[in-house]
Design a protein around this ligand. Sequence first.
Ligand SMILES: [Zn+2]
Ligand SMILES: [Zn+2]
Length: 127
Amino acid sequence: MSVDNGVQTLEIELASLAEDLTSPGWHECVLCYVNRMIAAFGCDGTLRWTRRWRDRQAPRATGLERRAGRVGAYCDCELFLNGWDVAVEVVPDEYRGPGGGAGCLGVRTGTTQPCLVWVRINRAAGW
Ligand SMILES: [Zn+2]
Ligand SMILES: [Zn+2]
C-alpha cells in the first residue's frame, strides 16, 4: 500500500469515527445521548444535541425544543441543571460506561421519554 493510500484510508476512518461518536445509540434515550455529547464536546448554548438526537431518532417530535423550554432548558446542559438528574440507585454497575458515566437503559425507538436512569429534579412530571 502506498503512503497516499494509507492517508486516504485514515481520513475515511476518521470521518466515519466522528460520525459514530455523534450518532445516538440504537435505543439510546435523548438524555443519555445529550449527556454523552456534552461530556465529549460540550454545550454550545443551544439545544444542538437535543435537535440532533430528535432528527435521528424521533423526527416527528417537532415540539421537543418547546417542551425543553417548559422544563427550563434553553440549551443542552440546562436539561441537567433544571430538568433531570441521574437516579444512581437504579443503575446497575454493568450499565456504567468505561468513563464511569451511566449507560443508557434503552427506550423504544421514536419515544422522547428518557430511560429509567433519569429522574426529574423537581416534582413536575415529564417533558
Ligand atoms: Zn448549556
Ligand atoms: Zn437513557
